[in-house]
Design a protein around this ligand. Structure first.
Ligand code: PXL
Length: 263
């Protein structure tokens, strides 16, 4: 019989027409992990994994209203933010979730650049993140490029990764999961800095797969774990396994290259 009491999570993110990243990745991930996903769309991105053709942003008012209406009607257990495009949307999101964030975990994936290298975030949005959204975050999940941008210094090895995770956590007073990608050898190593200590999450780096949307899938899977009531560490551990499995079991469509999602 169907379980009619699925935990509910809200994704606030952009739409990716190639459906490997963004709100589509979040919804697929929530569904596979047994969580009902709600969405607030921040922008529509016309893209394939290799190229962003055009982005149209929603107004801050419609972003705010999408959140307000679902927050009134559904028992939201966790929130995830992805691509927020500009400062006005970051502020609108922060205002819309400020009450919920008092009781519900908030995962902030500070998406700045697409896998293709295209910039996705207006430069003025970083200040809005720092002032309005990071203070509401349970967990911030930057990759190395995003962390370097937030700190104003580059990260080249395991030691500087540890320093950066700690510095970001202290700067923003939030738990930070710094995603190391292929930085160190044969493993994809991520570092969580939480409650004064570092916890490492490692998995074999899957080579020769052109991925797109792994960051979105990872943070969505963490959010799903939190929505189900798992601890932060358990949510990250399971999410890391899920993403690694998804990359390993990737789909491939000739010229668009391999996509990481198994659905
Ligand atoms: O992977 C980052 C990302 C997030 N959100 C949306 C995107 C992308 C990358 O292209 O399109 C909507």
């Amino acid at each position: 019989m169907l379980d009619r009491q699925l935990p509910v999570a809200l994704s606030i993110a952009g739409s990716d027409s190639s459906a490997g990243a963004g709100i589509q990745a979040d919804l697929k991930t929530f569904t596979v992990l047994g969580v009902y996903g709600l969405t607030a769309v921040t922008c529509v991105v016309a893209e394939t994994p290799g190229r962003v053709a055009r982005i149209e942003t929603m107004s801050p008012e419609i972003v705010r209203e999408q959140i307000a209406v679902v927050a009134k009607s559904f028992p939201i257990r966790a929130i995830k933010t992805g691509l927020l495009c500009n400062a006005a949307i970051v502020r609108a999101v922060a205002n819309a979730i400020v009450d919920l964030a008092k009781t519900v975990p908030v995962v902030v994936d500070p998406v700045m650049i697409a896998t293709s290298g295209d910039s996705l975030l207006a430069p003025d949005a970083i200040e809005a993140y720092e002032k309005d959204l990071f203070p509401l975050a349970t967990l911030i999940t930057p990759n190395l490029d995003e962390a370097a941008k937030l700190l104003g210094e580059s990260i080249q090895d395991r030691q500087s990764m540890e320093r950066a995770a700690r510095a970001l956590s202290e700067k923003y007073r939030a738990n930070v999961l710094l995603k190391g990608g292929h930085l160190s050898g044969n493993d994809a190593v991520d570092l969580l800095y939480a409650e004064g200590k570092i916890v490492e999450f490692a998995a074999p780096f899957v080579r020769e797969v052109a991925t797109h949307g792994t960051g979105c899938t990872y943070s969505a899977a963490i959010t799903a774990g939190l929505a189900r009531g798992d601890s932060l560490e358990m949510s990250i551990k399971r999410a890391k396994e899920f993403v690694t499995r998804s990359i390993r079991d990737h789909l491939a469509w000739g010229e668009v290259h391999a996509l990481k999602h198994p659905l």
